[in-house]
Design a protein around this ligand. Sequence first.
Ligand SMILES: Cc1ncc(COP(=O)(O)O)c(C=O)c1O
Length: 382
Amino acid sequence: MKLFDVYPVNNIAITRALGSYVWDENGEQYLDMYGGHAVISIGHTHPHWVKRIKDQLEKIAFYSNSIVIPIQQQLADKLAQVSGKDDYQLFLCNSGAEANENALKLASFHTGRKKIISFSKAFHGRTSLAVAATDNPFIIAPVNETDNIIFLPFNDEQALSKCFQANGDLIAAVIIEGIQGVGGINIATDSFLQLIRRLCDDYVAVYIADSVQCGYGRSGQFFAHDAAGVQADIYSMAKGMGNGFPIGGILIAPHIKPKHFMLGTTFGGNHLACAAALAVLEVIEQENLISMAKQRGMYIMNKLKSIEGIVNVRGKGLMIGFDVPENLKELKKKLLEDHNVFTGEAKPNVIRLLPSLALSRKQADEFLDALRESIAELQQNN
Ligand SMILES: Cc1ncc(COP(=O)(O)O)c(C=O)c1O
């Protein structure tokens, strides 16, 4: 049987990983500045995470949500403590798209309205409503097309205010990434997020903070939206939440009340996933990874700004992007093939860095050296 060919892939099979390094089947070592697409938060195969999963596996891996699952409450308590959102409610699911799908659905149930505001270059996932709110017509199937989504320019306060003035009583939710990931590391301004908060209050709409990529400490704060001093009504989470074990969730503000059967899931919040997610939060806390991400990110960004050839260095914490000019368009490939460094990208010309929050200073330097050398080599060949 053939695999359904959904992505162009690098012809490398990774068979082992530890911290910020991965190894292929021939024992070749790579530095992972991509974090398996922002998923690796505490580091690959962190011993505490491995132990918690193993211990849980020997007890019970799964039982349905028709019974009490105490480890879900332990996870909720730890999440309240580490995120500071102690009066929020937690709904658990399995992925980022599912988290956003549930967030959007809940906003519509809560308000009784249908319209959703989303922004240019947004990416919210591939399920029906999440993909409809994603600014990429190529991945929206005809069946997902809907006129319930209103796309506005990112960070355009005037356009947002006008839209609420015209349609305010129809709007169920505004969904926004604190830092756009797939869109190319674009930071929502504090004043834009503050305006979203005010308008959602004025028009009784739901503010959804898509924190699937920029959340869980990656930006140097638990949620990137925290930097603006605002509280969203719903935070969606996934990627870093399980450090590679599939789990997602939404944090729901107290004024949004649950009704039985409004949301539901078979696998969401299973014992094994909760054990992985608890381990992640314990390590984030014990190893002080949120402030580490902030410091390490500032260090990398300052160094990047002094490297000639790359431009428009931007980001927060360990969510960093820079533009690669045409003469260096082979940079990502060169970093991987000649210097064994994985990085991420965003079309058309952005390199994205999304390493583990536990990336060491030495590893950051190793990356910066590889980058400088790759640029010099490419410039020589031009
Ligand atoms: C901001 C954001 N939201 C949602 C998603 C979808 O997450 P998943 O692939 O886990 O469904 C992603 C994935 O890249 C993302 O970056």
